[in-house]
Design a protein around this ligand. Structure first.
Ligand code: AMP
Length: 189
């Protein structure tokens, strides 16, 4: 299956992505992870991206689309994938659609994890990642609202969006995600 997992920072996307890829046996394509790895390795992409990650802003331009396309071209993605952290803008969503429709492998579903904003802030402050400083958190929230909320609307228009309540135990949330995946399955059969 070809899936996109959407959700604001702190929604529990990372945890649920791990569970989904294990259950569905899909490669996990996390652009945040790819960028953090590129920064650790000191590649050109990493050097360019660092300032944006450090300040909680989205990496601009074509870099992300190129990175994702290259990754989707690898053979382990032939039978499907779980995209996490991409697309973050409508431009990225359009680029992804164009690329997948050219390959005749459209998305099966977009899973959106919804959590109330006060709860998100509480969770992020408790998490303590390098980019989880209050100012950076605030900036990542702003980026999410301004640039990523329209991505949900884009997928809703395309009939792909499944929004689910991401409050509750990890097991409860996972069950909701799997129910949405099951609903999407007939599209690919
Ligand atoms: P994440 O781990 O998904 O929260 O991503 C961490 C950071 O990586 C974000 O705050 C952005 O700076 C950058 N990033 C990850 N994915 C993207 C994307 N699709 N477009 C632009 N920037 C991204």
């Amino acid at each position: 299956m070809r899936l996109v997992l959407l959700g604001p920072p702190g929604a529990g996307k990372g945890t649920q992505a791990q569970r989904l890829i294990q259950r569905l046996r899909l490669p996990h394509i996390s652009t945040g992870e790819m960028l953090r790895q590129a920064i650790d390795e000191g590649t050109a992409t990493g050097r360019e991206a660092k300032q944006y990650l450090d300040s909680g802003q989205l990496v601009p331009g074509q870099v992300m689309v190129d990175l994702v396309r290259q990754r989707l071209d690898q053979s382990d993605c032939a039978a499907g994938f779980l995209l996490d952290g991409f697309p973050r803008t409508v431009a990225q969503a359009e680029a992804l659609d164009a690329y997948l429709s050219q390959r005749k492998t459209p998305l099966d579903a977009v899973l959106e994890m919804h959590v109330d904003e006060d709860e998100l802030l509480r969770r992020l402050i408790a998490r303590g990642r390098a980019d989880d400083q209050p100012d950076v958190i605030r900036q990542r929230m702003v980026a999410y609202h301004e640039q990523t909320t329209p991505v949900s609307a884009y997928y809703r228009q395309h009939g792909l969006l499944n929004t689910l309540d991401a409050l509750g135990t990890p097991n409860e949330v996972f069950a909701r995600l799997m129910a949405a995946v099951e609903l999407a399955k007939p599209r690919t059969q």
